[in-house]
Ligand binder design. Sequence first.
Ligand code: LLP
Length: 416
Amino acid sequence: MESFNYIAGTLHCENTDIKAIIEKVGSPLYLYSKSSFEAHYNRLDNVLSKEKIRHLIAYAVKANSNLSIINIFAKLGAGADVVSGGEIYKALAGGIKPSKMVYAGVGKTAEEIKYALKSGIGQFNVESRSELKKINNIAASQGMTASIAIRVNPNVDPKTHPYISTGMKKYKFGIPLEQAFELYKDAESMKGIRIKGIHFHIGSQLTDLSVFNDAAKIIVEFLKKLKLSGIMLETIDIGGGIGIKYLNDEVINLDSYAEIAKRIVSVYPEALLICEPGRFMVGEGGALVTKILYIKDNGEKLFYIVDAAMTDLIRPTLYHAEHKIIPVTLKNGSGKVTVDVVGPVCESGDFLAKNISIDRMAEGNLIAVMSAGAYGFSMSSHYNARPNIAEVLVDKDQFSVIRRPETYKDLIKAEV
Ligand code: LLP
């Protein structure tokens, strides 16, 4: 599933020369491979089908919410995992059926709940007793019933970065199992509520299946207890979190992942399994392409100062995430140097990589920050009044701009 390859010394996305795209659209930009996105969806779809699991892949829109990308998954039959009214709006606009949407998030507002109900989303993944009451009140007052799953917190350590861990009690997400059981019982008598399922999500960038397995064991025990008490579930939502390769990451075996999923769903064999991958679907199929503006040697360190910044890709700054960085045009024989790749923003934390070994390059050369399709553009900001950059989708030897680069005018359009 390699979507980025060198052909005659120049990096290509599928069959398209990246240099040629930059000449037309300008630098920096996000570049995505359509076939990579489709291949990842199909791979997951296939392993779940092989286990004969009736399933719905609800793409976690937060990873990359560009409409054209959502639409690729909509056409493949995907649903969406959404966490805000804005994401519901974008998922609808991208062509996802509302009945295939699952709506999580610890702080749903009354307006968002109304909007979700009106849109006819598949289920609310409820994160607290107060939220359940609010959903019940709103739905009942409109003569509607809201389908819900309770997001349980199995309290296992996902062994990933603390900022992207969720399934432990020290984090704000979900409801502890001992409280969740009571809540299911109480929900049974709420007029505006229809119990539809269960949800858990223990964390993101999981590279060790044993933690998912630990969570699965806990969930299976809980499901047995629920079933015994007479609660019937139609959906079992196992969250997202499948890790991808950035540098030296191990990736999990998808067949084993599907086997674990099968074990969970077997407590309610009629139930629909929902999974919510984000990063797995779009991470490896995206790259951030940026130009070296200046090369600066301060006697102690060498800096490649590029035209992309933490405003475009904040993962290195926020999580010390390490992305592979490679030249767009190979510089054979130029030797290697150790550099920090930094952006123009007025923060020392504005870096895309630190102390990496890369070809000795020249000002004006292009580099590509790999595995940047997930949580790249979607986490971008306007800090330092930087317009957001373009997004380009490649389909074999064709490319299209799926988000134009913002202008200075865009920066002030909502302001007085
Ligand atoms: N479902 C729920 C309820 C989630 O909270 C998340 C991610 C997902 C699914 C999708 O997880 P994935 O399959 O993408 O791992 N910005 C961070 C990642 C934050 C993930 C938040 N929740 C990063 O750049 O690593």
